[in-house]
Design a protein around this ligand. Sequence first.
Ligand SMILES: *Cc1c(COP(=O)(O)O)cnc(C)c1O
Length: 387
Amino acid sequence: MTQPGRHFLQIPGPTNTPDRVLRAMAAPTIDHRGPEFARLGMEILEAVKPVFGTAGPVVIYPSSGTGAWEAALVNTLSPGDRVLCFETGHFATLWQEMARGLGLEVRLVPGDWRHGVDPKAVADELDADPARAIKAVLVVHNETSTGVTSRVPEVREAMDSTGHPALLLVDTISSLGSMDYRHDEWGVDVTVAGSQKGLMLPPGLGFNAMSEKALAAARTARTATSFWSWGPMLAANERGVFPYTPATNLLYGLREALRMLEEEGLANVYARHRRHAEATRLAVRGWGLEVLCADEREHSGSLTAVMLPEGHDSDKIRALILDRYNMSLGAGLGRLTGKIFRIGHLGDFNDLMLAGTLAGVQMGLVAAGVPIDTGGINAALDRLQRP
Ligand SMILES: *Cc1c(COP(=O)(O)O)cnc(C)c1O
């Protein structure tokens, strides 16, 4: 069936790619060892740093975010090392599974998928490790499966309060470029990111930002590395080039996306996301439905997960909304399959796109027979009338 107009891609990543970025990528592919590429490389490797909040190096892989997860682990850790993980949702679960697969020994602190990492639990776990066997703490900053954001600065404080030397590795795949994040100031050792969410690019780039401490750990880590190895990457990056063929045209897109973030101003970008998240929660509560995130301090700026009353299948509702209104919403993942849907409100997004998104959700809920208050959307529109 032909669907006129634009598709509404309101999953929490990949996000809508701005026309400016699409046009920037529509360029001839160049020699990745030539001078023109080196200039591009030098420019983006510098320009990407403010988004991470770091003065240190950021490496860029031709990979999805999952590759950047692996890079963070294999560069800093050795087989048999203990890592501390928190079951905040589906992505935290996948990351700890990867750690196990790579031969690390994982302690997974169970969670209810409605809360972020509890800083007190971090302190308790590290205090209970006088032998300092735990080498890293893994935190998903914005749990994309639940719409819950962990308080990374408080996790850092909790770690510092114990004097434990473990590294702090943070997944920012669905928060970087949408929510306030400060690699250096917050004392993060490795920050993991991807291109297709807040950075407004198609999928295909993975990022690691690393601290001095992480670089030191990389010099002694014994996990076998090749493709993901920071050493050759950082050495080549000194000259603006890469040790193997980079995703050249995605890097053209990255240059443009970074310019857009810079033009708007990062503080304004973060405020826009917070405001859209707030308006979305007002609509959800106006409908009489519940937001999955159970802690007011932990609401995500990138997405909102909506719980459905018993007896309603979120996948059926999503299919109906796709069919009738040409809009994609995020599915419930893992143990939340069928129980929730997720509204992505991140990336290249404005007030009327949100109003359209919420109108589509409301109409879909009504069409699916979910009992809601159809005045719900008005609370969001009232919020959007204010700056
Ligand atoms: C999307 C996402 C991932 C997975 O990234 P891929 O690019 O699909 O490999 C991991 N963690 C979080 C928090 C995500 O949002």
